[in-house]
Design a protein around this ligand. Sequence first.
Ligand code: C2G
Length: 159
Amino acid sequence: MKRVLTYGTFDLLHWGHIRLLKRAKALGDYLIVAASTDEFVTSGKDDRRPYHDHRTRCKMLEAVRHVDLVVPERSWEQKVDDIRRYHVDTVVMGSNWEGSQRFEYLRDYCEVVYLPRTEGISTRKIRRDLLADAVTDLGTPDHEPPPVTSQMAQLDRSA
Ligand code: C2G
């Protein structure tokens, strides 16, 4: 039984995440995902609170058929303990982490593999696109401000 471990926030779960999980599982028989807690993310790992809270992100990851176990990622320093506790053979991350000291030192404990990132999709991009849509929407006809009723005009006059 070859056991694989990967880490991430996995917020607004998207195709890039799913492709990473599928390829990570293909490197072994059992895939463990350490999902960053909200506290860990907001304590400096990232500059904003995840859209979905930790519990929701874990439930979504558990529903992915490639994933066998979801555990919490509470700090940068827990990785060696995780490798020992879950008897991990391989740690897998996306290529944006390639060569990072956050993972390279793990080579003393297990295999470390970086997989090419999926281009064109990211949680940050989804957020930005939705914001752009919302801004565009605001300008469209069906977002005409409601007609000023006589009552409102009266209020205005009396203000
Ligand atoms: N990913 C990918 N392609 C994308 C987006 C993400 O392959 N288009 C991969 C990332 O490289 C990472 C995983 O999906 O391996 C999860 O990505 P994030 O949720 O952004 O997690 P990250 O911030 O990289 O957290 O201790 C390590 C951290 O928890 C890693």
